[in-house]
Every structure is written in structure tokens, then in C-alpha cells.
Ligand binder design. Structure first.
Ligand code: XMP
Length: 526
């Protein structure tokens, strides 16, 4: 597949939105959180690497710059730094934690190792009036995480706040547009943090709240329409939130030039195929080709027990089926992909080449000769859900928990057969229903059943002896699937799930609960 031009958001590109804030990344998890908080205040923000040059920043003409926190110390050899020309651009800069220390170090202040460090909740002492901190109360709670301490602010800046472990917890120089806070305004443990960020956006940078669901949709539709022109577009629709929102957005832009292909692998959850095809055909009137390829998938999976081999077989079959189906749409020049902003950032700002392959169903092949349309590549997940809601997508799709491309196959330990999938599908549906009824569905990253068909244990049901399979319940909380914790589900919910599975699903006589986190275990069993 040819890569699309780095269309709208590469680090050296034109400004993507009339008003933007650039977040310079000194440690990805902090930068992404800051960018999300800014967008929640309806101002567009973009993350740029710390290697960004002053000239590149000028090309993007942002209203303000935020230097993020990061795990390092400004003292160590090779500590991350930035092009000092950025300080001379006259664009307001807010340094957060590491970013504030960098400003102090580079602009005539002083940073030293703190005798104690300061981690967690602490109280901010207000010292002088401040445009950034506004009427934040003296003694307000803030979240700190620093081993170094700013001793002197940048030359010419006033100290606006301190804390028990930081003589300089806030500083500013309104004339130069230099602001710094040692605490983390972006985290939820700083209750008034959002107010501080909003003051930077609205009072310091004079931004207007223009980044709204409505305007994001309008802009995306315009961009897709321009990019695609009169060409044909195809989309592999999985029914997950990303591909669904991407498809609807593209459809809004180019109407019947879009054809969606839905491959029923036979490895989907209960009712999923009907729900997806029904929604897209009846509610959105999107042209949808639905292919029931379950028999081909089961044939290919016969005798396969190795997890990696299973994934390979499924991935290859998916590509084959999709390609065969897409051939009927020879004229198509574009392929829709639901890439999100965190994937873009994590794979190196605008380079789509290294996106984690298993997140793109099947990893569609290069030689299809199609250009990518990626209408979500500027958006965070919460923004995708918001615009999906505005576009009229049903809750069941918008809030669906992630589901792996290889489907139920990676939740059956051992060979995958239609009978085993059917047993697991019934158990899985019960888990889903009960999680939704108990109101925990959205709090969990995922909750699902795993079938162990190579194990059989003895039970007694009624007055009969049973000898059947166990099912494992796996429920985890997570932010991003990189790490996860097993969910402390209420006992009575576990009880209901267990009772229903044993009572309603023939072939299962035991329910276990997986109490391992990731790491060391993965979320899926294969
Ligand atoms: P693991 O099991 O690696 O899973 O902890 C992390 C997250 O990724 C999902 N996952 C997949 N998603 N294709 C996908 O689209 C796959 O092959 C795949 N394997 C795992 C998994 O459900 C979890 O959310």
C-alpha cells in the first residue's frame, strides 16, 4: 500500500487549525495528557517532538507553546533540551515540571537537586498576583513529582507560588510571555489544574474555544472531500468504534463513492454481524458488502493450535477475502483507515509506517496500490466518540470494548472449531449482558470469557455427573492496553455470571476468574 502524503499533521506541516497550541514532548505520557486537556477546553493542540526547530514552529504559527514534563533531570549529561531560538519567537510559553525547570535553566534562573523531592499531593502557597494562576486559593491542592527544584526563576520573572518542597512552584514574566509551574495541572489530582491550563489558553494566549465536535466534523468532511475528489474509496469495516466513525465521516464527505466491506470471519461476538450490517445499511444508507467467510476461516484453522500460527492464518485469510471482495471495486483508489492520534504520535509524529501492526485488522497489504484516507489521525479516542455520537452512531458501537482482529479465536486455547466458538460466544454474551446490567461495562477496558477446551473437569449438575470444559472470566482495567490490572469485580456480579454461564451454556461446568495483571500476563490468552 502506498503511504498517503503526510497529509495534515506532520511535525513540519502547515498549521492544521486556525488556532493551535503546540505541546513539546519531553515524555510521551505527559504530553498526550496535556494535549487532551487543552482540546477538552476546545482549543486545538498538537504534540511536537523536542527536536522541533524555531523555524518549524513559526511555520505552524501557534498561539502558544507548552513544554511538557518528563522523567529526566535537567542536570544530567544529554538532558533533553530544545532549540533556544524558540524562546525568542514572542510566542507565549508555559513550562510544566521538567519544562519549567528547562526554562529556568536556559533563561538565567537556577535549578538544583532538591534535598527532599516532592511526590504526590501538596499545597500551593500563593505569593504574588499572577495572570496564569488567577484567583486560585492559597493552599489549593496540586500534584507534584520532582527530584530537582527551581531555586531561581528565569531572569526577570516573578515567583508566583511556592510549596513545601519547591521554593519556586510557579513563575511568570508577562512581558516576555514566559510562564512556569512545577506542579502538574494536567492530572486529575490537581483539582484546579484545568482552570490553570484554561487561563493559559484564554488569558495568556487569547485563544477562542473553536475546537468543538461540530467544527471537527465540518473540517474533516471538507478535508476528506478535497483529498478523495471523485475517486472511489473502500473501507474494511470491523464494527469497532474507530472504523465505524471513520466510515461514517467519509460517507458524509463523499457519499456513494464509499463502499464498506464487512467480513464475517465466524469468530465474532453474538449478534455482531447483524448489528453492524443493520446499522450501516439501514441507519446510514452506506453501501455495504457483507461477506460470510466463516467456513473458509474454519477450514483454514482446522488443526491449528499454536497462537501465532492462528493469528497468521486469520490475518492472511482476512486479506485474501478482503482483496477478492475489493476487486469488484477496481476503480477504488483510496482505503479508509481508523488510525488515531496516539498511534501517530507513538510511531514518530506523522510517519504511519510503524503503527503497531496488530491494531490494523489483518494489516492490509502494500500491493493493493491504494492511498490511505485517515480521517481520525488528528483525534484522541474521546474525540472520536464525541463526533461519533454527533454523527448518530449508536451507543453499542461507540462504547464497545476493544475486540481483537482475530476475534474469539484467540480466546479458545487450542484448536478453533465452530462448536467451540459457539460455546464461547454464548458465554461471552452473558458476560457482556451482566457487565452492562451491573453498570461496570464502561469502567472496564475489557471483560470477556476464555474457553479451555483441552481441559475437562468433573462436576455434578442436578444428580448427574458432568465432565465438561471450564471457562475463564477475564476483566481488566487499563488506560491504553500497555499495562492492565485485573478488575476487582463485585462478588455478586461474579456469582451471577458464573450461575448463568453454568445454567445456560451447555458444555461448561466450571467458571474461573483470572487475577493476573499485565505484565506479567497479556490481556488476551493467546
Ligand atoms: P494483549 O493480549 O497483547 O492485548 O495484552 C492488548 C490489547 O490489544 C488487543 N489485541 C488485538 N487487537 N488485533 C487487534 O486488533 C489483534 O490481533 C489483537 N491482539 C490483541 C487486545 O484485545 C487488548 O485490548
Amino acid at each position: 500500500m502506498r503511504k498517503a502524503e503526510p497529509n495534515i499533521n506532520s511535525s513540519a506541516g502547515q498549521p492544521h487549525w486556525p488556532e493551535s497550541i503546540l505541546v513539546v514532548d519531553f515524555g510521551a505520557q505527559y504530553a498526550q495528557l496535556i494535549a487532551r486537556r487543552i482540546r477538552q477546553a476546545h482549543v486545538y493542540s498538537e504534540i511536537v517532538p523536542r527536536t522541533v526547530t524555531a523555524a518549524e514552529i513559526v511555520a505552524k504559527s501557534p498561539r502558544g507553546i507548552i513544554l511538557s514534563g518528563g522523567p529526566q533531570s535537567v542536570h544530567v549529561e544529554g538532558a533533553p533540551s530544545i532549540d533556544k531560538g524558540i524562546y525568542e519567537l514572542g510566542i507565549p510559553i508555559l513550562g510544566i515540571c521538567y519544562g519549567a525547570q528547562l526554562l529556568a535553566r536556559d533563561l538565567g534562573g537556577e535549578v538544583a537537586k532538591s534535598p527532599v523531592g516532592e511526590y504526590g499531593r501538596t499545597r500551593l502557597n500563593r505569593i504574588q498576583p499572577s495572570l496564569l494562576l488567577g484567583d486560585l486559593d492559597d493552599g489549593t491542592d496540586v500534584w507534584m513529582s520532582h527530584a530537582d527544584e527551581i531555586i531561581l526563576p528565569p531572569a526577570g520573572a516573578r515567583v508566583s507560588a511556592s510549596s513545601p518542597g519547591a521554593r519556586v512552584a510557579g513563575f511568570e514574566d508577562g512581558d516576555r510571555g514566559i510562564y512556569g509551574v512545577q506542579f502538574h495541572p494536567e492530572v486529575s489530582h490537581t483539582p484546579k489544574g484545568q482552570t490553570v491550563l484554561e487561563r493559559f489558553l484564554y488569558e495568556v494566549c487569547k485563544c477562542k474555544p473553536s475546537w468543538t465536535g461540530e467544527s471537527i466534523i465540518a473540517r474533516s468532511i471538507e478535508e476528506v472531500a478535497k483529498e478523495v475528489g471523485a475517486e472511489g474509496v473502500i473501507c474494511a469495516l470491523s464494527g469497532g468504534v474507530d472504523s465505524s466513525v471513520a466510515a461514517v465521516l467519509v460517507h458524509e464527505a463523499v457519499g456513494d463513492q464509499l463502499t464498506c466491506v464487512f467480513v464475517d470471519t465466524g469468530l465474532l461476538r453474538a449478534g455482531e454481524a447483524q448489528q453492524v450490517t443493520g446499522t450501516f445499511r439501514n441507519r446510514f444508507h452506506i453501501r455495504l458488502v457483507s461477506v460470510d467467510a466463516s467456513e473458509r476461516f474454519f477450514d483454514a484453522l482446522a488443526g491449528v493450535v499454536d497462537p501465532e500460527e492462528k493469528r497468521k492464518v486469520i490475518g492472511e485469510m482476512f486479506i485474501r477475502v478482503f482483496e477478492e471482495t475489493a476487486k469488484a471495486f477496481d476503480g477504488a483508489r483510496f482505503l479508509v483507515q481508523g488510525t488515531l492520534y496516539p498511534d501517530v504520535v507513538e510511531s514518530g509524529y506523522g510517519d504511519t509506517a510503524t503503527i503497531k501492526s496488530h491494531h490494523n485488522v489483518g494489516g492490509l497489504p502494500e500491493d493493493m496500490g491504494l492511498d490511505l484516507v485517515e480521517p481520525l489521525r488528528d483525534l484522541f479516542k474521546d474525540e472520536v466518540r464525541e463526533i461519533g455520537q454527533r454523527l448518530g452512531l449508536p451507543e453499542e458501537i461507540l462504547w464497545r470494548q476493544p475486540f481483537p482482529g482475530p476475534g474469539l479465536a484467540v480466546r479458545i486455547v487450542g484448536e478453533v472449531t465452530p462448536e467451540r466458538v459457539e460455546i464461547l460466544r454464548q458465554a461471552d454474551a452473558i458476560v457482556d449482558e451482566e457487565m452492562i446490567k451491573a453498570g461496570v461495562y464502561r469502567d472496564l477496558w475489557q471483560g470477556f470469557a476464555v474457553l479451555l477446551p483441552t481441559v475437562r473437569t468433573v462436576g455434578v449438575m442436578g444428580d448427574r455427573r458432568s465432565y465438561a470444559y471450564p471457562v475463564v472470566l477475564r476483566a481488566v482495567t487499563s488506560e491504553d492496553a500497555m499495562t492492565a490490572d485485573w478488575a476487582r469485580l463485585p462478588y455478586d456480579l461474579l456469582q451471577r455470571i458464573s450461575t448463568r454461564i453454568i445454567g445456560e451454556v451447555e458444555g461448561i461446568n466450571r467458571v474461573l476468574y483470572d487475577i493476573t495483571s499485565k505484565p506479567p500476563s497479556t490481556i488476551e490468552w493467546e
